[in-house]
Write a protein that binds this ligand. Structure first.
Ligand code: CMC
Length: 422
């Protein structure tokens, strides 16, 4: 007999089925709750509510597990490329070599961004935050691609996916070039996706540009590690906006806005700001470690601990190795990075941090790599967005294909009763 849950209200009992996922997670299925009882649940932040079923990503925070489509993140980071992982997330299966080549070539068909987009970019002040520009430009892409995606048509969906993957990368780097006063760059269709990212960012017309394979490999890994994280704030936003049948670009643009917030994608920026603060105040890491442990002091060690991963962040383990390789290859001498190393070593030996399982998270190391590559702090969240793009697309596609209803939470009204307006 399948398991059920009994809810008793005013002496009356209601029975609800328990839904079991493929990794044995269980949920009380309350789809009929309001119909049967007239009540709704109250769960701000949805901490106890599954908003959907999904076949894309599995995460177990206690055990430090992250898997895309059943493949361990460690396996993917070691053996796959970012575009391969993107295909896997979006289309649900590992591409064959021919499919992967076709995917990369088809993305290339859409790497040219309409020149008129440049005048929109021109309208932003130089001081604008790159995430604000990215959200606006992504939304603007809708105007240049007004035909809505027919989700019933496989070819149409595939074309929309390639278009989004191609154009988003280019406009993401334009936000940086605008800020730097550099001429905008074009994608080079003879080169790979991640190599193009570096070119699009840093290549200037006055000198040749070469990027090391170690850097490309590290970035590829970083993008893979950020590619999906199930129903987080930005992903839920993409699904929610898409549930009204808004277009893909509009839904992704909403995801960018959600990611921008300091409680979500902004944490890697906070790590670097903290390291800079420690440096500017004399570089005394012990002092900051003591501050982090002092309950009377609100200071926390940024880049340590995680809301979901309670033993270790599986992504941090992978990226720590890549960070070491990048730093060694580039031979970067940077006092900020020295502080990061000292802080990491001290915290890992410290009883307070050990007792609470506070290990460096993915943002601790990603910020270090980005800094070593010369990526400015306010671009860190844009880097996150580039990595998260295939996850957003996959989740949007799954939501539409599953014919999910429009997202429409209920509320409990706590305002004034009826009153007269005189
Ligand atoms: N520095 C010092 N103490 C900490 C820290 C920290 N970074 N994180 C947690 N603690 C302490 C906390 O004070 C508490 O101590 P006690 O048990 O004595 O009261 C204990 O550890 C448990 O902490 P918590 O606040 O219950 O943990 P949480 O799950 O609510 O918070 C967190 C998780 C990520 C918000 C928190 O660890 C934190 O603020 N970390 C720094 C910010 C950061 O790096 N955020 C990025 C997370 S990764 C982003 C992503 O994957 O999207």
């Amino acid at each position: 007999m399948s398991k059920t849950a009994i809810l008793e209200i005013d002496g009356k009992k209601y029975e609800f089925p328990i839904f079991k996922g493929s990794e044995n997670e269980e949920a009380i299925d309350i789809k009929k709750l309001r119909d049967l009882t007239g009540l709704v649940t109250l769960d701000p932040g949805y901490k106890n509510s599954g908003s959907c079923t999904s076949e894309i990503t599995f995460l177990d925070g206690e055990l430090g597990i992250l898997r895309y489509r059943g493949y361990a993140i460690e396996d993917l980071a070691e053996n796959a490329t970012f575009l391969e992982v993107s295909y896997l997330l979006i289309f649900g299966r590992k591409p064959t070599a021919a499919e992967l080549e076709k995917f990369e070539n088809d993305i290339r068909k859409y790497t040219l961004v309409n020149e008129e987009m440049k005048s929109i970019l021109d309208g932003f002040p130089k001081t604008a935050h790159p995430m604000g520009i990215l959200a606006a430009l992504t939304s603007a892409l809708t105007s240049f691609n007004p035909k809505s995606v027919d989700v019933e048509n496989e070819k149409d969906v595939y074309c929309a996916v390639c278009k989004t993957m191609g154009k988003f990368l280019v406009i993401a780097t334009w936000t940086f070039r605008k800020n730097m006063g550099y001429p905008l760059n074009y994608y080079d269709n003879t080169k790979g996706y991640v190599e193009n990212f570096m070119r699009l960012m840093f290549e200037i017309p006055t000198e040749p540009y070469k990027v090391s394979q170690t850097v490309i490999d590290a970035l590829d890994k970083l993008f893979i590690l950020h590619a999906d994280h199930e129903q987080n704030c930005s992903t839920s936003t993409v699904r929610m906006v898409g549930s009204s049948h808004a277009g893909l670009f509009a839904s992704i643009s909403a995801g960018v806005s959600a990611l921008w917030g300091p409680l979500h994608g902004g944490a890697n920026q906070a790590v670097l700001e903290m390291l800079e603060e420690i440096h500017n105040n004399g570089g005394d890491t012990e002092k900051y470690l003591a501050k982090a442990k002092d309950k009377a002091d609100p200071f926390r060690l940024m880049g340590f601990g995680h809301r979901v991963y309670k033993n270790f962040d599986p992504r941090a383990k992978i990226i720590k190795k890549a960070a070491n390789e990048v730093l060694a290859t580039l031979g970067v001498e940077d006092p900020i990075l020295d502080i990061a190393r000292k802080l990491e070593a001290a915290a890992l030996e410290d009883e307070y941090f050990k007792a609470r399982n506070l290990y460096p998270n993915v943002d601790f190391y990603s910020g270090i790599i980005y800094r070593a590559l010369g990526i400015p702090t306010d671009m860190f969240t844009v880097m996150f967005a580039i990595g998260r793009l295939p996850g957003w697309i996959a989740q949007w596609k799954e939501m539409r294909e599953n014919k999910e209803p429009i997202g429409r939470p209920r509320q409990i009204y706590t305002g004034s009763p009826l009153r007269e307006f005189k």
